[in-house]
Design a protein around this ligand. Structure first.
Ligand SMILES: Nc1ncnc2c1ncn2[C@@H]1O[C@H](COP(=O)(O)OP(=O)(O)OP(=O)(O)O)[C@@H](O)[C@H]1O
Ligand SMILES: [K+]
Ligand SMILES: [Mg+2]
Length: 733
């Protein structure tokens, strides 16, 4: 057991290095920083500090949620009544230890929940009251952050707290998100692209942005994080419900068996003692796993929080343990997502100046990061004469009589501007994915020159994204001479992005875990291939629309496979919602974060390795403790049955292999052991059984061996030792 003695989980202080080298279960080393942090290790003091909370859970209502422990609870009540009615040392000893059993079970849950409370406290600090400057028809009203409604537009400037969750709809800013992510380096949040989501409670460090509110007060990301780490929103997973049903069935069977013992005793001329029968029942029903089941689940979620992953459902965590396929989008997930225009390559007979002029027009109203980077490149490196500010702004906000914006969509994979001249003739400026533009050009009777196709191929093979630029219609003004109404390809814009470091080895690790990694991108096959090779994914799908992404997941799932998806864009949202595990990047859009069932605050897609390990560990821990609990209960037969019957059937004394002192001391010892084993296993239930990547059947065999045999042997030793002490107490015969 790893005992971290230098901090209490309820101290509220975010720990430095919550995971150290002392944690044997650490599956992968991730940089840890300040932030949403607690110790992953178990702290003995937590048992004491969580005691009041455990006692508070003694209400019938709280107990009724757990059928196995509810039987113990009722047993404790009945035994207490009997002990008051006919007091004896034995009766009171059993009553007291039955109450301890119930409290210890509550304690397991309270300790697990307590670990989240410190995180919740530090998150509440993020939820400070802030003032929002709401924009209504151009005027600004100051209102309380708590009065914001979905759809409100607010202006936030450097130094101000963002009052609510939303998407940046105008501007670009650096934002300090450390209160939530623990990452102290500021992040860029900008309109238009996949890095538009901002979280209420974070602070704008530079510039000014306009944010469109996407969540109602009280339902914000931070609110959900608080509910999550406190376990308030925890629902039983299907697996837990199935196990609950099994445990309840066993409890009913044992209840019937014990009820039958009374008449048997009577028949043999011995008057049955209800206290002994209750003790027998409690020892036989699976109290150990019944007591620890919910803390195992809570601890699994908590371990994810320690890795900066927020799981919105326990079901997703369990599914993660069995993932077969991981789908990822490319930009922003495998690459940094900071696609910048880096080069312009003119078609034959087109000068780069002409190309730059058209590229600039194309991107004037394109509010994506790609579009803005093209404008920057054209102005800074190609000396394009900028349009005057009013004209530009009018175009951008699509109110100019002459210019009509054609925004980028994931379906068309093109964007541009239509310009209506004074003679009513329209010129269409377009740029976009090579295949999309080629289709547009062909549809209008044009062709893409061979040399442009060569450039596209060259740019793509290097892992960059080529955008083909084309114009259709008569020339108005000073752009490239296109002659008549025809359509003409002007050249290629090169967009460059960088693969996040360390991808290849992490994907290799996934391969070792039996997970197939597939990159799904809207980009062209050559770029996809180059990036796929660099990142080391097993497979890739290119030119995928949002529907394709969704269909791919459905196809994988229909083959019985469990699928994880990581993504950041609005176009990934349907797929994130469909996947068994939908891990959204925190840098992504609100839509993506809403759709997924997990959010990675570090925006690291390979974090899925940790998520899978934690999911597997959760399943293994639950299996191991269930095995242990059942084996354990079996062994208690040997302590209690001889004690109950040896007076009438002396042969049964042969079963009393522990040579327990007396019937009373045997029963009390069994009940004491039954209670103490719960406390002894709390650390294991919270920390989880050690997990190493290996085949599922090997793991299962190994655990059955350790926890099955351990579960049989431990009670014999434990009850024998406890009996040595208990026999010294009064009333033990
Ligand atoms: N602003 C833009 N204007 C025109 N075309 C664009 C623009 N941005 C991207 N494209 C083109 O559309 C393609 C699809 O872009 P999108 O951002 O939808 O990709 P995606 O499906 O999210 O995949 P990934 O994020 O993995 O690249 C890009 O590969 C590019 O060729
Ligand atoms: K038991
Ligand atoms: Mg994307």
């Amino acid at each position: 057991m790893t005992v971290d003695t230098d901090r209490s989980p309820t101290s509220g202080a975010p720990a430095e290095g919550r995971q150290g080298a002392d944690d044997p279960d650490r599956v992968a080393q991730t940089e840890r920083r300040d932030g949403l942090v607690t110790t992953g290790a178990f702290d003995v003091r937590a048992l004491i500090t969580s005691l009041p909370q455990a006692i508070r859970k003694l209400t019938p209502r709280a107990q009724a949620r757990n059928p196995v422990m509810f039987v113990v609870y009722l047993g404790a009540v009945v035994t207490t009544v009997l002990a008051t009615w006919q007091p004896s040392w034995f009766a009171w000893a059993v009553a007291a230890w039955l109450w301890f059993t119930v409290v210890f079970a509550n304690l397991a849950e309270a300790v697990a929940e307590g670990r989240g409370r410190a995180q919740a406290d530090s998150l509440r600090k993020v939820k400070r009251d802030s003032v929002a400057r709401r924009i209504d028809d151009g005027t600004i009203t100051e209102i309380a952050g708590s009065d914001l409604r979905i759809g409100d537009l607010i202006a936030v400037e450097a130094g101000e707290v963002i009052a609510g969750d939303g998407d940046v709809v105008e501007g670009i800013a650096t934002v300090d998100e450390s209160a939530i992510t623990g990452e102290s380096a500021p992040v860029v949040r900008e309109s238009g692209g996949d890095r538009s989501a901002v979280t209420g409670g974070t602070v704008v460090l530079s510039d000014r942005i306009i944010v469109k509110i996407t969540t109602a007060p009280g339902e914000t990301f931070v609110d959900r994080m608080i509910a999550l780490v406190e376990g308030a929103s925890r629902k039983k997973t299907p697996n837990e419900i199935a196990l609950d049903i099994l445990l309840t069935t066993l409890t009913i069977i044992f209840l019937l068996a014990v009820v039958a013992v009374g008449p048997m005793q009577q028949y043999a001329g011995q008057s049955p003692d209800p206290i002994k029968l209750i003790a027998l029942l409690v020892c036989l029903i699976p109290t150990t796993i019944g007591a620890l089941l919910s803390s195992i689940g809570i601890a699994g979620m908590d371990r994810l929080v320690q890795r900066n992953v927020l799981a919105m459902s326990g079901r997703a965590v369990e599914a993660a343990g069995d993932i077969d396929t991981l789908l990822m989008d490319k930009t922003g997930t495998i690459t940094f997502g900071n696609r910048r225009a880096t080069d312009l390559l003119g078609a034959p007979g087109v000068t780069t100046d002409e190309l730059a002029g058209v590229a600039y027009r194309c991107s004037l109203a394109d509010d994506t990061p790609e579009g803005r980077s093209i404008v920057d490149l054209c102005l800074d490196s190609y000396g394009v004469e900028p349009l005057d500010a009013t004209l530009r702004d009018a175009t951008r906000s699509n109110v100019h009589p002459e210019f009509t914006t054609v925004p980028f969509t994931a379906e068309t994979r093109m964007s541009g501007v239509d310009r209506t001249g004074s003679d009513g003739r329209v010129v269409e400026y377009r740029k976009g994915a090579a295949d999309a533009v080629a289709r547009w050009v062909t549809a209008h009777g044009g062709t893409v020159p061979e040399s442009v196709l060569d450039e596209v191929e060259r740019v793509s093979s290097g892992g960059a994204t080529p955008l083909v630029v084309a114009v259709r219609g008569a020339v108005v003004g000073d752009e490239a001479a296109v002659g008549d109404d025809g359509v003409r390809v002007l050249g290629v814009i090169q967009l460059s992005d960088v693969v996040k470091p360390g991808m290849a080895e992490r994907f290799a690790q996934m391969r070792a875990m039996g997970i197939r990694t597939v990159m799904v991108t809207g980009d062209n096959p050559l770029t996809a291939q180059a990036i796929a090779a660099e990142a080391g994914v097993d497979d890739f799908v290119a030119e995928a629309t949002p529907e394709d992404k969704l269909a791919l997941i459905r196809k994988e799932q229909s083959g019985g496979r469990l699928v994880a998806m990581t993504g950041d864009g609005t176009n990934d949202a349907p797929a994130l919602a469909q996947a068994d595990v939908g891990l959204a990047m925190n840098t992504g859009t609100s839509a993506a974060k809403e759709a997924g069932n997990m959010v990675d605050l570090d925006s690291d897609p390979t974090k899925l390795i940790d998520v899978v390990a934690i999911g597997k560990q959760l399943l293994i821990t639950r299996g191991a403790l269930t095995t242990f609990s059942l084996a354990n209960d079996l062994a208690k037969y040997f302590a209690i049955l001889p004690a109950l019957f040896s007076v009438i059937y002396p042969q049964l004394d042969a079963l009393n292999i522990m040579r327990l002192h007396s019937a009373q001391s045997a029963i009390v010892s069994a009940v004491v052991f039954n209670a103490l084993i719960i406390v002894a296993l709390i650390p294991l239930s919270l920390r989880g059984v050690r997990y190493r990547p290996s085949s599922a059947s090997r793991l299962l065999g190994r655990n059955l061996l350790i926890y099955g045999i351990g579960g049989v042997i431990t009670p014999f030793l434990g009850i024998w030792v406890i009996d040595l002490i208990v026999r010294l107490l009064p009333g033990m015969g």
